[in-house]
Design a binder for this molecule. Structure first.
Ligand code: FAD
Ligand code: NA7
Length: 457
Protein backbone atom coordinates (compact mmCIF):
# COMPACT_ATOMS: atom_id res chain seq x y z
CA UNK A 1 0.00 0.00 0.00
CA UNK A 2 2.88 2.38 0.61
CA UNK A 3 3.81 4.77 -2.18
CA UNK A 4 0.34 4.42 -3.65
CA UNK A 5 -1.08 7.69 -5.00
CA UNK A 6 -4.74 8.69 -5.03
CA UNK A 7 -6.16 11.51 -7.20
CA UNK A 8 -9.50 13.09 -6.32
CA UNK A 9 -11.28 15.26 -8.89
CA UNK A 10 -13.32 17.95 -7.14
CA UNK A 11 -13.33 19.45 -3.65
CA UNK A 12 -17.10 19.58 -3.25
CA UNK A 13 -18.84 17.67 -0.45
CA UNK A 14 -17.96 14.32 -2.09
CA UNK A 15 -14.28 15.08 -2.62
CA UNK A 16 -14.04 16.54 0.87
CA UNK A 17 -15.66 13.38 2.26
CA UNK A 18 -12.88 11.36 0.63
CA UNK A 19 -10.21 13.61 2.14
CA UNK A 20 -11.88 13.39 5.54
CA UNK A 21 -12.06 9.58 5.29
CA UNK A 22 -8.29 9.36 4.79
CA UNK A 23 -7.74 11.84 7.62
CA UNK A 24 -9.82 9.64 9.92
CA UNK A 25 -7.64 6.63 9.07
CA UNK A 26 -4.50 8.66 9.64
CA UNK A 27 -5.77 9.68 13.07
CA UNK A 28 -6.15 6.00 13.89
CA UNK A 29 -2.42 5.65 13.22
CA UNK A 30 -2.86 3.89 9.88
CA UNK A 31 -0.55 4.49 7.00
CA UNK A 32 -2.48 6.22 4.21
CA UNK A 33 -1.60 6.70 0.54
CA UNK A 34 -0.52 10.05 -0.84
CA UNK A 35 -3.69 11.92 -1.74
CA UNK A 36 -3.99 14.89 -4.12
CA UNK A 37 -7.29 16.62 -4.79
CA UNK A 38 -7.69 18.76 -7.91
CA UNK A 39 -10.25 21.54 -7.82
CA UNK A 40 -10.83 23.88 -10.71
CA UNK A 41 -12.37 26.60 -8.54
CA UNK A 42 -10.38 28.79 -6.17
CA UNK A 43 -12.17 27.43 -3.10
CA UNK A 44 -13.70 24.22 -1.84
CA UNK A 45 -17.38 23.41 -1.24
CA UNK A 46 -18.47 22.56 -4.80
CA UNK A 47 -22.06 23.65 -5.26
CA UNK A 48 -22.07 25.26 -1.82
CA UNK A 49 -19.34 27.67 -2.88
CA UNK A 50 -21.72 30.22 -4.43
CA UNK A 51 -20.53 32.02 -7.54
CA UNK A 52 -22.16 35.12 -9.01
CA UNK A 53 -20.62 34.15 -12.34
CA UNK A 54 -22.46 32.41 -15.16
CA UNK A 55 -21.07 31.06 -18.43
CA UNK A 56 -17.33 30.90 -18.05
CA UNK A 57 -15.19 31.67 -15.01
CA UNK A 58 -12.22 33.91 -14.53
CA UNK A 59 -9.95 31.54 -16.45
CA UNK A 60 -12.40 30.63 -19.20
CA UNK A 61 -13.55 27.30 -17.72
CA UNK A 62 -17.29 26.49 -17.69
CA UNK A 63 -18.73 27.78 -14.40
CA UNK A 64 -19.49 24.80 -12.19
CA UNK A 65 -21.94 26.42 -9.78
CA UNK A 66 -25.71 26.09 -10.14
CA UNK A 67 -26.45 27.50 -6.69
CA UNK A 68 -28.38 30.69 -6.24
CA UNK A 69 -29.00 33.38 -3.67
CA UNK A 70 -31.78 32.82 -1.13
CA UNK A 71 -31.35 29.04 -1.29
CA UNK A 72 -32.45 27.40 1.93
CA UNK A 73 -31.85 23.71 2.48
CA UNK A 74 -34.44 21.84 0.45
CA UNK A 75 -34.61 18.99 2.99
CA UNK A 76 -34.22 18.81 6.78
CA UNK A 77 -30.58 19.24 7.81
CA UNK A 78 -31.09 16.27 10.16
CA UNK A 79 -31.25 14.07 7.04
CA UNK A 80 -27.76 15.04 5.88
CA UNK A 81 -25.87 15.48 9.17
CA UNK A 82 -22.35 14.02 9.22
CA UNK A 83 -22.37 11.25 11.78
CA UNK A 84 -18.81 12.14 12.85
CA UNK A 85 -19.38 15.92 13.08
CA UNK A 86 -22.73 17.08 14.40
CA UNK A 87 -24.47 20.40 13.94
CA UNK A 88 -24.22 20.83 17.72
CA UNK A 89 -20.45 20.42 17.60
CA UNK A 90 -20.19 23.02 14.87
CA UNK A 91 -22.68 25.69 15.96
CA UNK A 92 -22.56 25.06 19.71
CA UNK A 93 -26.30 25.66 19.90
CA UNK A 94 -29.40 24.19 18.29
CA UNK A 95 -30.34 25.75 14.96
CA UNK A 96 -33.39 25.33 12.74
CA UNK A 97 -33.92 22.37 10.42
CA UNK A 98 -33.73 24.27 7.13
CA UNK A 99 -30.73 26.60 7.20
CA UNK A 100 -29.76 28.80 4.23
CA UNK A 101 -26.82 27.98 1.95
CA UNK A 102 -24.14 30.06 3.75
CA UNK A 103 -24.91 28.27 7.02
CA UNK A 104 -24.62 24.81 5.47
CA UNK A 105 -21.44 25.89 3.68
CA UNK A 106 -20.05 26.97 7.06
CA UNK A 107 -20.93 23.56 8.51
CA UNK A 108 -19.23 21.65 5.68
CA UNK A 109 -16.10 23.71 6.12
CA UNK A 110 -16.05 23.36 9.91
CA UNK A 111 -15.31 19.66 9.79
CA UNK A 112 -12.60 19.90 7.23
CA UNK A 113 -10.92 22.94 8.80
CA UNK A 114 -10.16 20.78 11.84
CA UNK A 115 -7.37 19.09 9.89
CA UNK A 116 -4.80 20.26 7.39
CA UNK A 117 -6.47 18.68 4.36
CA UNK A 118 -6.53 22.01 2.55
CA UNK A 119 -2.84 21.36 1.91
CA UNK A 120 -3.77 18.35 -0.21
CA UNK A 121 -5.95 20.39 -2.56
CA UNK A 122 -4.57 22.02 -5.69
CA UNK A 123 -7.00 24.84 -6.38
CA UNK A 124 -7.43 26.54 -9.76
CA UNK A 125 -6.46 23.22 -11.33
CA UNK A 126 -8.63 21.59 -13.96
CA UNK A 127 -8.37 17.91 -14.78
CA UNK A 128 -8.18 18.05 -18.55
CA UNK A 129 -7.77 14.38 -19.51
CA UNK A 130 -7.15 10.95 -18.03
CA UNK A 131 -5.53 7.85 -19.55
CA UNK A 132 -5.21 4.44 -17.97
CA UNK A 133 -2.14 2.37 -18.78
CA UNK A 134 -3.04 -1.33 -18.70
CA UNK A 135 0.59 -2.33 -18.35
CA UNK A 136 1.58 -0.16 -15.40
CA UNK A 137 -2.01 -0.09 -14.04
CA UNK A 138 -1.63 3.65 -13.50
CA UNK A 139 -3.78 6.64 -14.38
CA UNK A 140 -1.97 9.42 -16.18
CA UNK A 141 -3.78 12.67 -15.46
CA UNK A 142 -3.30 15.78 -17.57
CA UNK A 143 -3.83 18.94 -15.55
CA UNK A 144 -4.09 22.63 -16.25
CA UNK A 145 -2.85 25.05 -13.64
CA UNK A 146 -5.26 27.80 -14.59
CA UNK A 147 -3.53 30.57 -12.67
CA UNK A 148 -0.21 30.29 -14.45
CA UNK A 149 -1.64 28.70 -17.62
CA UNK A 150 0.53 25.62 -17.41
CA UNK A 151 -0.29 22.07 -18.52
CA UNK A 152 1.40 19.12 -16.83
CA UNK A 153 0.73 15.48 -15.99
CA UNK A 154 1.05 13.12 -13.04
CA UNK A 155 0.50 9.43 -12.40
CA UNK A 156 -1.80 7.84 -9.83
CA UNK A 157 -2.87 4.37 -8.76
CA UNK A 158 -6.47 5.31 -7.97
CA UNK A 159 -8.79 7.92 -9.39
CA UNK A 160 -11.77 9.25 -7.43
CA UNK A 161 -14.19 11.20 -9.61
CA UNK A 162 -16.11 13.60 -7.35
CA UNK A 163 -16.89 16.23 -9.94
CA UNK A 164 -20.65 16.38 -9.31
CA UNK A 165 -23.49 15.97 -11.81
CA UNK A 166 -25.66 19.03 -11.40
CA UNK A 167 -23.58 21.40 -13.46
CA UNK A 168 -24.03 20.73 -17.19
CA UNK A 169 -27.57 21.74 -18.21
CA UNK A 170 -29.99 19.56 -20.09
CA UNK A 171 -31.52 22.21 -22.34
CA UNK A 172 -34.42 21.07 -24.54
CA UNK A 173 -35.71 22.94 -27.58
CA UNK A 174 -39.30 24.06 -27.97
CA UNK A 175 -40.69 25.38 -31.25
CA UNK A 176 -40.70 29.17 -31.39
CA UNK A 177 -38.44 29.61 -28.36
CA UNK A 178 -35.81 31.20 -30.60
CA UNK A 179 -38.25 34.10 -31.21
CA UNK A 180 -39.36 34.46 -27.58
CA UNK A 181 -38.64 38.12 -26.75
CA UNK A 182 -37.89 37.68 -23.04
CA UNK A 183 -35.01 36.04 -21.22
CA UNK A 184 -34.63 32.24 -21.46
CA UNK A 185 -32.16 30.59 -19.08
CA UNK A 186 -31.46 27.20 -17.57
CA UNK A 187 -31.61 26.77 -13.77
CA UNK A 188 -27.81 26.39 -13.88
CA UNK A 189 -27.58 30.13 -14.64
CA UNK A 190 -30.26 31.23 -12.15
CA UNK A 191 -28.62 33.34 -9.45
CA UNK A 192 -31.67 34.49 -7.48
CA UNK A 193 -35.24 35.73 -7.85
CA UNK A 194 -34.54 39.48 -8.01
CA UNK A 195 -34.77 39.86 -11.82
CA UNK A 196 -38.20 38.20 -11.85
CA UNK A 197 -40.03 40.72 -9.63
CA UNK A 198 -43.41 41.65 -11.13
CA UNK A 199 -42.90 39.32 -14.10
CA UNK A 200 -45.02 36.47 -15.42
CA UNK A 201 -42.60 33.56 -15.25
CA UNK A 202 -42.75 30.21 -17.02
CA UNK A 203 -40.77 27.33 -15.54
CA UNK A 204 -40.32 24.07 -17.44
CA UNK A 205 -39.81 20.96 -15.28
CA UNK A 206 -41.40 19.36 -12.26
CA UNK A 207 -38.59 18.35 -9.95
CA UNK A 208 -36.50 20.00 -7.19
CA UNK A 209 -35.24 22.95 -9.21
CA UNK A 210 -38.64 23.79 -10.66
CA UNK A 211 -40.28 23.60 -7.26
CA UNK A 212 -37.64 25.58 -5.40
CA UNK A 213 -36.98 28.27 -8.01
CA UNK A 214 -40.73 28.65 -8.55
CA UNK A 215 -41.43 29.07 -4.85
CA UNK A 216 -38.48 31.44 -4.41
CA UNK A 217 -39.63 33.67 -7.29
CA UNK A 218 -43.14 33.72 -5.80
CA UNK A 219 -41.73 34.65 -2.40
CA UNK A 220 -39.56 37.43 -3.81
CA UNK A 221 -42.30 39.12 -5.83
CA UNK A 222 -42.87 37.47 -9.23
CA UNK A 223 -46.31 38.45 -10.56
CA UNK A 224 -47.12 34.84 -11.44
CA UNK A 225 -45.29 31.52 -11.68
CA UNK A 226 -46.43 28.76 -14.06
CA UNK A 227 -44.76 25.36 -13.89
CA UNK A 228 -45.01 23.18 -16.99
CA UNK A 229 -44.54 19.42 -16.51
CA UNK A 230 -43.62 16.66 -18.96
CA UNK A 231 -44.52 13.46 -17.04
CA UNK A 232 -46.11 14.28 -13.70
CA UNK A 233 -47.03 17.50 -11.92
CA UNK A 234 -45.37 18.20 -8.58
CA UNK A 235 -48.92 18.19 -7.32
CA UNK A 236 -48.67 20.03 -4.01
CA UNK A 237 -51.31 22.51 -2.80
CA UNK A 238 -50.00 25.55 -4.66
CA UNK A 239 -50.78 29.00 -3.24
CA UNK A 240 -52.43 31.72 -5.36
CA UNK A 241 -49.80 32.96 -7.79
CA UNK A 242 -48.31 29.53 -8.62
CA UNK A 243 -49.91 26.92 -10.85
CA UNK A 244 -48.99 23.82 -12.80
CA UNK A 245 -49.87 23.13 -16.44
CA UNK A 246 -49.02 20.31 -18.87
CA UNK A 247 -45.98 20.50 -21.12
CA UNK A 248 -45.24 23.48 -23.32
CA UNK A 249 -45.88 22.70 -27.02
CA UNK A 250 -44.64 25.84 -28.73
CA UNK A 251 -44.23 29.60 -28.46
CA UNK A 252 -45.88 32.15 -30.67
CA UNK A 253 -43.96 35.32 -29.79
CA UNK A 254 -44.35 35.73 -26.05
CA UNK A 255 -47.37 33.43 -25.86
CA UNK A 256 -46.81 29.84 -24.72
CA UNK A 257 -49.17 27.12 -25.94
CA UNK A 258 -49.52 24.04 -23.78
CA UNK A 259 -50.49 20.44 -24.49
CA UNK A 260 -53.96 20.86 -22.94
CA UNK A 261 -54.81 23.59 -25.47
CA UNK A 262 -54.41 26.50 -23.05
CA UNK A 263 -52.10 29.43 -23.71
CA UNK A 264 -50.58 32.33 -21.78
CA UNK A 265 -48.22 35.28 -22.27
CA UNK A 266 -44.92 35.26 -20.36
CA UNK A 267 -42.07 37.67 -19.66
CA UNK A 268 -39.34 35.11 -18.94
CA UNK A 269 -38.59 31.38 -19.03
CA UNK A 270 -36.44 29.23 -16.75
CA UNK A 271 -35.69 25.69 -17.88
CA UNK A 272 -35.56 23.51 -14.77
CA UNK A 273 -34.99 20.50 -16.98
CA UNK A 274 -32.19 18.80 -15.11
CA UNK A 275 -28.53 18.13 -15.77
CA UNK A 276 -26.26 15.78 -17.71
CA UNK A 277 -23.64 13.52 -16.19
CA UNK A 278 -20.69 14.99 -18.04
CA UNK A 279 -17.05 13.92 -17.76
CA UNK A 280 -15.19 15.66 -20.58
CA UNK A 281 -11.89 14.58 -19.05
CA UNK A 282 -12.54 10.83 -19.32
CA UNK A 283 -12.14 8.53 -22.32
CA UNK A 284 -15.13 6.63 -23.59
CA UNK A 285 -14.43 3.35 -21.81
CA UNK A 286 -14.05 5.01 -18.41
CA UNK A 287 -16.97 7.40 -18.62
CA UNK A 288 -20.06 6.84 -16.51
CA UNK A 289 -22.98 7.13 -18.90
CA UNK A 290 -26.26 7.51 -17.09
CA UNK A 291 -29.28 9.67 -16.61
CA UNK A 292 -30.08 11.06 -13.18
CA UNK A 293 -31.33 8.11 -11.13
CA UNK A 294 -30.95 6.38 -7.79
CA UNK A 295 -28.68 3.58 -9.01
CA UNK A 296 -26.52 4.36 -12.05
CA UNK A 297 -25.48 1.18 -13.85
CA UNK A 298 -21.83 0.01 -13.93
CA UNK A 299 -21.05 1.07 -10.36
CA UNK A 300 -20.48 -1.69 -7.81
CA UNK A 301 -21.79 -0.50 -4.43
CA UNK A 302 -22.66 2.68 -6.28
CA UNK A 303 -18.99 3.68 -6.42
CA UNK A 304 -16.58 1.22 -8.08
CA UNK A 305 -16.58 1.32 -11.89
CA UNK A 306 -17.11 -2.32 -12.71
CA UNK A 307 -14.76 -2.48 -15.71
CA UNK A 308 -11.98 -0.82 -13.72
CA UNK A 309 -12.60 -0.67 -9.97
CA UNK A 310 -9.57 1.55 -9.27
CA UNK A 311 -11.79 4.16 -10.90
CA UNK A 312 -14.17 5.35 -8.20
CA UNK A 313 -17.17 7.63 -8.60
CA UNK A 314 -18.67 9.46 -5.62
CA UNK A 315 -22.09 11.12 -5.38
CA UNK A 316 -23.29 10.12 -8.84
CA UNK A 317 -26.74 9.01 -7.67
CA UNK A 318 -29.88 11.12 -7.61
CA UNK A 319 -29.95 12.33 -4.06
CA UNK A 320 -32.27 12.17 -1.12
CA UNK A 321 -29.31 11.55 1.18
CA UNK A 322 -26.39 13.85 0.44
CA UNK A 323 -23.47 14.60 2.80
CA UNK A 324 -23.89 11.43 4.88
CA UNK A 325 -24.21 9.31 1.73
CA UNK A 326 -21.02 10.80 0.30
CA UNK A 327 -19.30 9.97 3.59
CA UNK A 328 -20.55 6.38 3.61
CA UNK A 329 -19.29 5.98 0.03
CA UNK A 330 -15.94 7.66 0.71
CA UNK A 331 -15.22 5.47 3.74
CA UNK A 332 -15.79 2.28 1.72
CA UNK A 333 -13.72 3.64 -1.17
CA UNK A 334 -10.94 4.53 1.26
CA UNK A 335 -10.88 1.02 2.71
CA UNK A 336 -10.68 -0.46 -0.79
CA UNK A 337 -7.78 1.85 -1.66
CA UNK A 338 -6.06 0.90 1.60
CA UNK A 339 -6.55 -2.83 1.01
CA UNK A 340 -8.82 -3.08 4.02
CA UNK A 341 -11.89 -3.97 1.98
CA UNK A 342 -11.78 -6.58 -0.80
CA UNK A 343 -14.30 -6.49 -3.59
CA UNK A 344 -15.47 -9.72 -5.26
CA UNK A 345 -14.68 -10.71 -8.86
CA UNK A 346 -16.24 -8.83 -11.74
CA UNK A 347 -19.06 -11.34 -12.39
CA UNK A 348 -20.18 -11.30 -8.77
CA UNK A 349 -20.06 -7.51 -8.78
CA UNK A 350 -22.27 -7.47 -11.87
CA UNK A 351 -24.83 -9.69 -10.12
CA UNK A 352 -24.90 -7.33 -7.16
CA UNK A 353 -25.34 -4.31 -9.43
CA UNK A 354 -28.15 -6.09 -11.28
CA UNK A 355 -29.93 -6.82 -8.01
CA UNK A 356 -30.07 -3.09 -7.25
CA UNK A 357 -31.04 -2.18 -10.80
CA UNK A 358 -33.98 -4.59 -10.67
CA UNK A 359 -35.16 -3.12 -7.36
CA UNK A 360 -34.74 0.38 -8.74
CA UNK A 361 -36.99 -0.47 -11.71
CA UNK A 362 -39.81 -1.48 -9.36
CA UNK A 363 -39.96 1.83 -7.48
CA UNK A 364 -43.12 3.84 -7.89
CA UNK A 365 -43.63 6.46 -5.20
CA UNK A 366 -41.27 8.92 -3.57
CA UNK A 367 -41.57 6.84 -0.38
CA UNK A 368 -40.25 3.84 -2.38
CA UNK A 369 -37.35 5.99 -3.54
CA UNK A 370 -36.54 6.98 0.03
CA UNK A 371 -36.65 3.36 1.22
CA UNK A 372 -34.42 2.29 -1.66
CA UNK A 373 -31.73 4.87 -0.92
CA UNK A 374 -32.03 4.11 2.79
CA UNK A 375 -31.28 0.43 2.07
CA UNK A 376 -28.36 1.47 -0.09
CA UNK A 377 -26.89 3.56 2.76
CA UNK A 378 -27.35 0.65 5.18
CA UNK A 379 -25.53 -1.62 2.76
CA UNK A 380 -22.61 0.82 2.65
CA UNK A 381 -22.52 1.43 6.40
CA UNK A 382 -22.05 -2.29 7.01
CA UNK A 383 -18.83 -2.20 4.98
CA UNK A 384 -16.76 0.40 6.83
CA UNK A 385 -16.22 1.95 10.24
CA UNK A 386 -18.03 5.17 9.31
CA UNK A 387 -19.98 5.89 12.51
CA UNK A 388 -23.38 4.21 12.32
CA UNK A 389 -26.47 6.38 12.49
CA UNK A 390 -30.17 5.64 12.68
CA UNK A 391 -30.89 5.52 8.95
CA UNK A 392 -34.43 4.24 9.48
CA UNK A 393 -35.23 7.33 11.52
CA UNK A 394 -33.77 9.50 8.78
CA UNK A 395 -36.08 7.74 6.30
CA UNK A 396 -39.05 8.61 8.52
CA UNK A 397 -37.95 12.26 8.51
CA UNK A 398 -37.67 12.27 4.72
CA UNK A 399 -41.23 10.96 4.50
CA UNK A 400 -42.49 13.64 6.90
CA UNK A 401 -40.69 16.22 4.77
CA UNK A 402 -42.58 15.01 1.67
CA UNK A 403 -45.88 15.22 3.56
CA UNK A 404 -45.05 18.68 4.91
CA UNK A 405 -44.38 19.91 1.38
CA UNK A 406 -47.66 18.46 0.16
CA UNK A 407 -49.50 20.19 2.99
CA UNK A 408 -47.97 23.61 2.51
CA UNK A 409 -45.07 24.33 0.22
CA UNK A 410 -44.63 27.81 1.75
CA UNK A 411 -44.33 26.71 5.37
CA UNK A 412 -42.60 23.31 5.34
CA UNK A 413 -39.28 24.98 6.11
CA UNK A 414 -40.67 26.22 9.43
CA UNK A 415 -40.88 22.63 10.73
CA UNK A 416 -38.30 21.15 13.07
CA UNK A 417 -36.72 17.69 13.39
CA UNK A 418 -34.60 15.78 15.87
CA UNK A 419 -30.96 14.92 15.20
CA UNK A 420 -30.17 11.20 14.93
CA UNK A 421 -26.56 12.01 15.80
CA UNK A 422 -27.04 13.96 19.05
CA UNK A 423 -30.75 13.69 19.84
CA UNK A 424 -31.01 17.49 19.81
CA UNK A 425 -34.33 18.96 18.74
CA UNK A 426 -33.94 21.75 16.19
CA UNK A 427 -34.84 25.32 17.13
CA UNK A 428 -37.70 27.15 15.49
CA UNK A 429 -36.07 29.87 13.38
CA UNK A 430 -36.56 33.42 14.69
CA UNK A 431 -38.47 34.41 11.54
CA UNK A 432 -40.96 32.43 9.49
CA UNK A 433 -39.41 31.35 6.19
CA UNK A 434 -41.87 33.27 4.02
CA UNK A 435 -41.04 36.51 5.85
CA UNK A 436 -37.28 35.93 5.84
CA UNK A 437 -35.75 37.65 2.82
CA UNK A 438 -32.18 37.75 4.14
CA UNK A 439 -30.28 34.46 3.83
CA UNK A 440 -27.00 35.64 5.37
CA UNK A 441 -25.28 33.60 8.06
CA UNK A 442 -25.06 36.67 10.26
CA UNK A 443 -28.79 37.31 10.23
CA UNK A 444 -29.54 33.59 10.62
CA UNK A 445 -27.27 32.95 13.57
CA UNK A 446 -27.09 36.25 15.40
CA UNK A 447 -30.42 37.99 14.87
CA UNK A 448 -31.82 36.78 18.18
CA UNK A 449 -28.74 37.91 20.05
CA UNK A 450 -28.86 41.29 18.30
CA UNK A 451 -32.52 41.75 19.26
CA UNK A 452 -31.80 40.78 22.87
CA UNK A 453 -28.99 43.31 23.01
CA UNK A 454 -31.24 46.04 21.61
CA UNK A 455 -33.84 45.26 24.28
CA UNK A 456 -31.15 45.56 26.95
CA UNK A 457 -30.12 49.08 25.92
P1 FAD B 1 -20.31 19.30 -6.36
O1 FAD B 1 -20.78 20.00 -5.16
O2 FAD B 1 -20.93 19.65 -7.66
O3 FAD B 1 -18.71 19.49 -6.44
C1 FAD B 1 -17.95 19.03 -7.52
C2 FAD B 1 -16.62 19.78 -7.56
O4 FAD B 1 -15.82 19.26 -8.63
C3 FAD B 1 -16.77 21.27 -7.82
O5 FAD B 1 -16.09 22.01 -6.84
C4 FAD B 1 -16.14 21.46 -9.21
O6 FAD B 1 -15.53 22.72 -9.36
C5 FAD B 1 -15.13 20.33 -9.26
N1 FAD B 1 -14.79 19.92 -10.63
C6 FAD B 1 -15.65 19.57 -11.62
N2 FAD B 1 -14.96 19.25 -12.73
C7 FAD B 1 -13.65 19.40 -12.44
C8 FAD B 1 -12.44 19.22 -13.20
N3 FAD B 1 -12.46 18.81 -14.47
N4 FAD B 1 -11.27 19.48 -12.59
C9 FAD B 1 -11.23 19.90 -11.30
N5 FAD B 1 -12.34 20.08 -10.54
C10 FAD B 1 -13.53 19.83 -11.11
N6 FAD B 1 -28.12 19.04 -1.51
C11 FAD B 1 -28.60 19.09 -0.25
O7 FAD B 1 -28.26 18.24 0.57
N7 FAD B 1 -29.44 20.08 0.15
C12 FAD B 1 -29.81 21.09 -0.68
O8 FAD B 1 -30.55 22.00 -0.29
C13 FAD B 1 -29.30 21.07 -2.02
N8 FAD B 1 -29.60 22.06 -2.88
C14 FAD B 1 -29.07 22.05 -4.12
C15 FAD B 1 -29.36 23.09 -4.97
C16 FAD B 1 -28.83 23.15 -6.24
C17 FAD B 1 -29.15 24.30 -7.13
C18 FAD B 1 -28.00 22.09 -6.69
C19 FAD B 1 -27.44 22.11 -8.08
C20 FAD B 1 -27.72 21.03 -5.87
C21 FAD B 1 -28.24 21.00 -4.57
N9 FAD B 1 -27.97 19.96 -3.69
C22 FAD B 1 -28.46 20.00 -2.41
C23 FAD B 1 -27.21 18.78 -4.12
C24 FAD B 1 -25.70 19.03 -4.21
O9 FAD B 1 -25.33 18.67 -5.49
C25 FAD B 1 -24.95 18.27 -3.14
O10 FAD B 1 -25.32 18.78 -1.87
C26 FAD B 1 -23.43 18.36 -3.23
O11 FAD B 1 -22.99 19.64 -3.55
C27 FAD B 1 -22.83 17.36 -4.20
O12 FAD B 1 -21.46 17.31 -3.91
P2 FAD B 1 -20.37 16.79 -4.95
O13 FAD B 1 -19.07 17.02 -4.30
O14 FAD B 1 -20.72 15.43 -5.39
O15 FAD B 1 -20.52 17.73 -6.23
P1 NA7 C 1 -33.99 16.57 -11.90
O1 NA7 C 1 -34.40 16.18 -10.54
O2 NA7 C 1 -33.13 15.65 -12.68
O3 NA7 C 1 -35.34 16.85 -12.72
C1 NA7 C 1 -35.34 17.23 -14.06
C2 NA7 C 1 -36.74 17.70 -14.45
O4 NA7 C 1 -36.69 18.19 -15.79
C3 NA7 C 1 -37.79 16.61 -14.41
O5 NA7 C 1 -39.00 17.15 -13.93
C4 NA7 C 1 -37.93 16.25 -15.89
O6 NA7 C 1 -39.19 15.79 -16.22
C5 NA7 C 1 -37.72 17.59 -16.53
N1 NA7 C 1 -37.32 17.50 -17.94
C6 NA7 C 1 -36.21 16.95 -18.45
N2 NA7 C 1 -36.19 17.07 -19.78
C7 NA7 C 1 -37.33 17.72 -20.12
C8 NA7 C 1 -37.89 18.13 -21.35
N3 NA7 C 1 -37.29 17.88 -22.51
N4 NA7 C 1 -39.07 18.77 -21.32
C9 NA7 C 1 -39.70 19.00 -20.17
N5 NA7 C 1 -39.23 18.64 -18.96
C10 NA7 C 1 -38.05 18.00 -18.95
O7 NA7 C 1 -33.23 17.98 -11.89
P2 NA7 C 1 -33.41 19.23 -10.91
O8 NA7 C 1 -32.61 20.32 -11.52
O9 NA7 C 1 -34.83 19.51 -10.62
O10 NA7 C 1 -32.72 18.76 -9.57
C11 NA7 C 1 -31.33 18.49 -9.55
C12 NA7 C 1 -30.70 18.84 -8.25
O11 NA7 C 1 -30.68 20.26 -8.13
C13 NA7 C 1 -31.40 18.30 -7.03
O12 NA7 C 1 -30.60 17.39 -6.32
C14 NA7 C 1 -31.69 19.51 -6.16
O13 NA7 C 1 -31.14 19.37 -4.90
C15 NA7 C 1 -31.18 20.69 -6.90
P3 NA7 C 1 -39.61 14.21 -16.17
O14 NA7 C 1 -40.19 14.05 -14.81
O15 NA7 C 1 -38.37 13.42 -16.42
O16 NA7 C 1 -40.61 14.08 -17.26
Amino acid sequence: MTNKRVAIIGAGPSGLAQLRAFEAAKKQGLEVPEVVCFEKQSNWGGMWNYSWRTGVGKYGEPVHGSMYKYLWSNGPKECLEFSDYSFDEHFQKPISSYPPRPVLFDYIQGRIKKSNVRDYIRFNTTVRWVNFDEETQKFKIILDNLKIDKTYSEEFDYLVVASGHFSTPNMPYFEGIDQFPGQVIHAHDFRGADPYKNLDLLIIGSSYSAEDIGVQCHKHGAKSVTLSYRSNPIGVNWPDGIKEVPLLKYFDGDVAHFKDGTSQRFDAVIMCTGYQHKFPFLPDEMRLKTKNNLYPDHLYKGVFFNDLPQLIYLGMQDQYYTFNMFDAQAWVARDFMMDRYQIPAKGARRLDINKWLIENEKLKSSFDHIDFQTNYIKDLLALSDYPDFNVDKVAVMFKEWIKDKDDNILTYRDKTFQSVVTGTMAETHHTEWMDELDDSKERYLYQEQAEDMLEDT
